[in-house]
Write a protein that binds this ligand. Structure first.
Ligand code: G6P
Length: 456
């Protein structure tokens, strides 16, 4: 049987296991799927003076995790530069934040070529390679140039954009051609998929037949395969966590007030300033909720070497201070704002006891927090999910209270609606959301993708 090889920029630590404390969405989704014998390859997360170019291999539960270090120029051009200052803003529709420099793109190509050199030495001819996310778009093309003819699939975890946005990126065509070096290309939603097919038609010069791009000698199959979570596992963790001393302390600190929760990386795609403004408007326009609600915002610091993230952090510090300064009373502070990372088990418990899950990104590929919040609820007395219409999850979670995150008044009104919603309506909405989250799981996501790759 063909061996599965996973490639992603971040590689989970071997013992993070299912839902381990430091595992991110991708790691959690894949880790329950990877069988013994799988190879997982990527960046070690370390930046060193002289990278050896030799992978460090660690075994964990039969899986080999192979990682390499980056030099500081590569880190600046590949990770800080092209991946996170050009592609990330572009693919989140933020052209105003996009910074492009040719040397960054060259660094991006060079790191991908280096990854291809190292990976190919570890591959067997019949291996099936599954590459993840925007850091590694040109990897397959580099592998093909070096003679690899096996199956390679690619999954984009973040949004794809319409042609009128993509064309702003000077090497847009190179990226499209690189995507066409795969056998299967996967997207989170139907919208991203059709935008990709449209871009392929416009920029690549290849014919598009249905969901396939026909290149010289290869057919690239494009699919929509929304990522999910281990809903049962997360629901169990949440129910158990709700009884822990940590959650008990949180409950006591609330003094019977309703908890609204938001949790994500501190990233401009997440719409944090708009959300803070929305919360401020709730307090200004609906004084009946004063002293009755606390918003806990967890915004884990991220990509701190990228200037836009530093600026956003300063802005949020200011906004948080402003909201609490304006509305706090001596024994009530409406906003609790934390920039540390919170362990998944604790988060699960916080979701479980929250009355509102506030997930309002300006754009998001999927957003697994929305799914986790739903899975964590007690079906007998569920909290309300307020969801941005621009999160990929909105295609599936249609029974959330939907908002346009650019409109702070809409966020305020949705929060007020959620605080006043009857038990019956909460249960009805939650039952539908729960079915969606329990149907489209992490296991299903992996199976759909790998079946498509096998069948190619
Ligand atoms: C998003 C991306 C991932 C990335 C993660 C954390 O979820 O889709 O590819 O790993 O953010 O960002 P970081 O820059 O720390 O890897």
């Amino acid at each position: 049987m063909a061996r599965l090889v996973i490639v992603s920029n971040r590689v989970p630590p071997p013992r993070a296991g299912r839902g381990g404390a430091s595992a991110g969405g991708l790691a959690v989704a894949l880790q329950s799927f990877v069988a013994p014998g799988t190879l997982w390859f990527g960046w070690s997360g370390r930046v060193v003076d002289k990278p050896s170019g030799k992978p460090r291999v660690v075994e964990g539960q039969g899986v080999s995790y192979a990682t390499i270090d980056l030099g500081s120029d590569d880190y600046d051009r590949f990770y800080v530069g092209f991946a996170n200052s050009s592609l990330w803003p572009l693919l989140h529709f933020r052209l105003g934040l996009m910074r492009y420099r040719r040397e960054d793109f060259e660094g991006y190509l060079a790191v991908n070529a280096g990854f291809a050199d190292v990976l190919l030495k570890m591959l067997r001819p019949d291996d099936m390679v599954w590459v993840h996310d925007y850091h590694l778009i040109p990897l397959a093309a580099a592998m093909r140039e070096r003679g690899f003819t096996g199956r390679i699939g690619f999954f984009l975890h973040i949004p794809f954009v319409p042609a009128s946005v993509l064309e702003a990126l000077p090497p847009a065509r190179d990226l499209l051609l690189a995507l066409c070096a795969h056998d299967v290309v996967g997207f989170q939603t139907q919208t991203h998929l059709s935008d990709f097919l449209d871009c392929a038609r416009r920029f690549s010069g290849f014919a598009v037949e249905g969901q396939e791009v026909v290149t010289n000698g290869r057919r690239v199959r494009a699919i929509a395969d929304p990522i999910g979570i281990d809903a049962q596992g997360f629901a169990r963790v949440a129910a158990r966590a709700a009884g822990t001393a940590y959650i008990q302390r949180v409950r006591e600190s609330l003094l019977g007030r309703s908890l609204a929760i938001s949790a994500e990386r501190l990233d401009y795609s997440k719409g944090l300033p708009n959300r803070f403004e929305g919360f401020a408007r709730l307090l200004a326009r609906f004084p009946q909720h004063h002293r009755k609600i606390s918003l806990l915002q967890i915004a884990a610091r991220s990509r701190e070497d990228v200037a836009e993230y530093q600026a956003l952090r300063r802005e949020l510090d200011r906004l948080a201070g402003d909201i609490n300064g304006r509305f706090s009373q001596f024994d009530w502070m409406p906003l609790r704002y934390m920039t540390q990372t919170v362990a998944r088990t604790k988060l699960a418990g916080l979701f479980r006891i929250a009355h509102i899950g506030l997930v309002t990104p300006l754009r998001d590929g999927m957003n697994l927090v929305a799914k986790e919040f739903v899975a964590a609820q007690d079906p007998a007395d569920p909290g309300v999910l307020i969801l941005s219409q621009f999160a990929g999850a909105a295609e599936e979670l249609t029974h959330a209270v939907m908002v346009n995150p650019y409109d702070p008044d809409a966020i305020a009104e949705a929060m007020s609606t959620a605080l006043e919603m009857s038990l019956e309506e909460r249960q009805e909405r939650h039952a539908v959301l729960r079915r969606a989250v329990f149907d489209v799981t992490a296991a299903r996501y992996c199976n759909v993708f790998v079946d498509a790759l096998k069948g190619h």
